[in-house]
Ligand binder design. Structure first.
Ligand code: ACO
Length: 378
């Protein structure tokens, strides 16, 4: 038996949550096309869909909103802890630590029943936006802003971040971005979460594993690197096509391109390109989108020459959308976690409900038959 590099093509679980057609560039959540969901639902409706397998009716949606609102405020102990985080901490490290600490102050932390896990999923989904915004304000010398009960997740996040309500277009754009990031099959962070839950560890531990995995540049960390790349290209003064060719010549990866499963444009990138267009035209400043389009055209030309199926992924246009919303680059990956916690926890409900320890094997390629020499003669 030989190792499947990167577990490519290996099916590790059954799920009812999402399906990807990588050749066609299609994604569905529980039966609904991502394009339809991004245009016609809110993040809370999608959270309900992932957690319950159906879209909520008005009463069910209002009930979920009430539950989320009731859990948004951080415990005083958690807020005190965030106050002593180093102001130069990586925001993903801050989020990872804060979510881990949430368990200290949750009386249900060690209760692995489905009912308790569903309450904890709501708690984490409600508090992650408060953690991110509290950390960001404190590191900037400002006091955290209390959550507002009359706002949905997207509007409340932008309000807590900036201390003032965002306009309708901004809220709608951000809400759609959260919908697009909520779930994505057996991606690396979801797999991590499932592996942790497979040992019957608690749901906080599983989500902390997922946050750590999302942080990497090959996964959720790519969105901030896309923005850094766009800034670099602008600063260099190079023509974007020349910049791309030179990066590829140095065998570097162009951030926001390529995907293990998609061999066509990621459908989330298509919706995000549209959102970027709307929000930037609304803001009267389209330079990041213009630059992104030039990078995309250059990549498309180069990939055609090399015969590689590498297209824009979800991170490519989300970078310029978030920048236009006035969000700092190093908060992009925490925002990804704020949306994906719904998908992670939905997978965790599936994992706990039908659990078996996840324990693959390694192919040993080291030496055999060695004999231990006394330490002095080695
Ligand atoms: N730029 C340039 N070349 C690339 C890129 C890229 N972004 N992505 C893949 N390639 C090339 C590789 O160099 C490799 O070429 P080779 O066969 O000549 O050596 C070939 O495509 C296959 O690459 P792998 O690393 O084997 O593909 P894998 O499926 O393991 O990687 C990944 C997928 C990690 C996403 C990769 O495409 C990448 O590094 N992209 C940039 C980072 C990024 O945008 N990540 C976000 C992904 S979406 C998400 O997680 C939210």
């Amino acid at each position: 038996m030989s190792a499947a590099s990167g577990l490519e093509g290996v099916v590790v679980a059954q799920t009812t949550l999402s399906a990807i057609n990588g050749e066609k560039g299609e994604l569905i959540y529980a039966g609904y096309d991502i394009d339809d969901l991004a245009r016609n639902t809110t993040f809370e409706e999608v959270a309900y869909l992932l957690w319950n397998g159906k879209l909520p009716n008005r009463g069910e949606l209002d009930d979920l909103h009430r539950k989320l609102v009731a859990e948004r405020a951080l415990s005083p102990q958690l807020l005190d802890l965030i106050r002593v985080f180093p102001t130069d901490a990586n925001p993903m490290a801050a989020l990872r630590t804060a979510v881990s600490a949430m368990a200290f102050y949750d009386a249900e932390a060690e209760d692995n029943s489905d009912e308790a896990n569903r309450r904890k999923a709501i708690r984490m989904t409600a508090q992650i936006p408060t953690i991110i915004t509290a950390f960001d304000r404190l590191r900037g010398g400002k006091e955290p802003v209390e959550p507002r009960s009359d706002l949905g997740t997207a509007a409340n996040f932008l309000y807590m971040l900036n201390g003032e309500p965002a306009d309708e277009l901004r809220v709608r754009t951000f809400d759609a971005a959260l919908v697009l990031h909520a779930e994505h099959g057996m991606n690396a962070s979801t797999f991590s979460a499932r592996v942790t839950a497979g040992t019957l560890a608690d749901i906080y531990s599983a989500v902390v594993s997922a946050i750590g995995t999302l942080k990497g540049a090959s996964h959720g960390g790519a969105n901030m690197r896309v923005m850094e790349m766009l800034v670099d290209i602008e600063k260099s003064g190079d023509e974007p096509g020349a910049w791309v060719r030179s990066a590829l010549g140095r065998k570097e990866r162009v951030m926001g391109f390529g995907h293990r499963v998609y061999k066509a444009t990621d459908p989330r990138a298509t919706v995000l390109r549209e959102l970027a267009d709307q929000i930037m035209k609304g803001a009267g400043e389209t330079r990041w989108l213009d630059l992104s389009d030039q990078v995309r055209a250059a990549m498309s030309e180069e990939m055609e020459k090399s015969g590689k199926k590498i297209y824009p992924n979800v991170d490519f246009f989300s970078a310029s959308v978030y920048t236009t919303l006035g969000i700092k680059t190093d908060l992009f990956t925490p925002i990804f976690a704020m949306a994906r916690v719904t998908g992670w926890t939905a997978h965790l409900f599936e994992q706990y409900a039908n659990n078996r320890l996840i324990r693959p094997k390694a192919e040993y390629v080291g030496p055999r038959d060695l004999k231990v020499e006394p330490v002095e003669s080695r």
